[in-house]
Design a protein around this ligand. Structure first.
Ligand SMILES: Cc1cc2nc3c(=O)[nH]c(=O)nc-3n(C[C@H](O)[C@H](O)[C@H](O)COP(=O)(O)OP(=O)(O)OC[C@H]3O[C@@H](n4cnc5c(N)ncnc54)[C@H](O)[C@@H]3O)c2cc1C
Length: 228
């Protein structure tokens, strides 16, 4: 089993109650989309707390990144990671999971809400690295919650085979205003042909995206989902 202590190299606030944690890469290999288990013994607790987190970057840069939101003040791991200092050693286990970027020459369509961006950012980085055509549609409630938007938009600016569409549902925005609807999918994707779809976010979001894509004619075996 792959269980290693890893040093937290950097912690960056990327949105309200949301951090991007950068660890030293103790695994050496993973497929974009996979997750790790993070394990800590919290003060005043007898049992360890273990939670799953999708790896938020592509493999190969020597670091492993996690994008974690503290849901509220009672959320254990979310609260722990907001406060943990850089330089701490934390137990990571993995990589796990079958939500993986498949090889092939189909267009890669990535559709995320909230921290569901994490595994899809790893996939997007892999597409950038391998010159693969990809579209990211990323929905957030507010502009501030459009995590890492400058970086994401930069990928699209730098590479003509990458398209990034930000959607903001609850306030005015210079990006796309409102939810990702069936019409919005059709407008941004133009067609569901020759594409493979990766959906990640809250269960109701993932279901809505799957239903809309099915109505547009996307085959079930081309849809891959992760949700929490
Ligand atoms: C494959 C996978 C990948 C994931 N990837 C990510 C990711 O990339 N980023 C991410 O942020 N999350 C991710 N998650 C979710 C993550 O695993 C955790 O579920 C999430 O971070 C919440 O854990 P926590 O310890 O912070 O909150 P918990 O302590 O588990 O609390 C969860 C909720 O329950 C409530 N609660 C807790 N105790 C009580 C109580 N006594 N009474 C009432 N309410 C209570 C809390 O207020 C909170 O709202 C992923 C999950 C899976 C399965």
């Amino acid at each position: 089993m792959n269980r290693f202590e890893s040093t937290l190299l950097k912690k960056k606030i990327v949105g309200p109650r949301t951090v991007l944690l950068q660890f030293e890469d103790v695994f050496g290999s993973w497929v974009p989309g996979q997750f790790v288990m993070l394990e800590v013994l919290l003060p005043h607790e007898e049992q360890v707390t273990r939670r799953a987190y999708s790896i938020a970057n592509a493999c190969g840069s020597g670091v492993l990144e996690l994008l974690i939101e503290q849901k509220d003040d009672l959320a254990k791991m979310g609260t722990f990671v907001l406060n943990v200092p850089e330089g701490s050693k934390i137990l990571l286990e993995g990589p796990y999971g079958n939500f993986k970027l498949r090889e092939g020459d189909e267009r890669v369509v990535l559709i995320a809400s909230g921290t569901g961006l994490a595994p899809l950012r790893a996939m997007l980085q892999e597409c950038v690295r391998t010159n693969r055509e990809a579209v990211l549609l990323f929905s957030s409630k507010t502009n501030e919650q459009a995590y890492l938007k400058e970086e994401l938009l930069e990928y699209a600016k730098e590479h003509e085979f990458i398209q990034v569409e930000l959607f903001v549902t609850r306030e005015d925005t210079k990006y796309n205003k409102g939810r990702i609807t069936k019409d919005a999918l059709l407008e941004k994707l133009r067609s569901v042909e020759n594409s493979r779809f990766y959906l990640c976010g809250a269960p109701e979001f993932v279901k809505a995206m799957q239903d809309a894509l099915r109505e547009l004619g996307a085959p079930l075996d081309k849809l891959h989902r992760e949700q929490w």
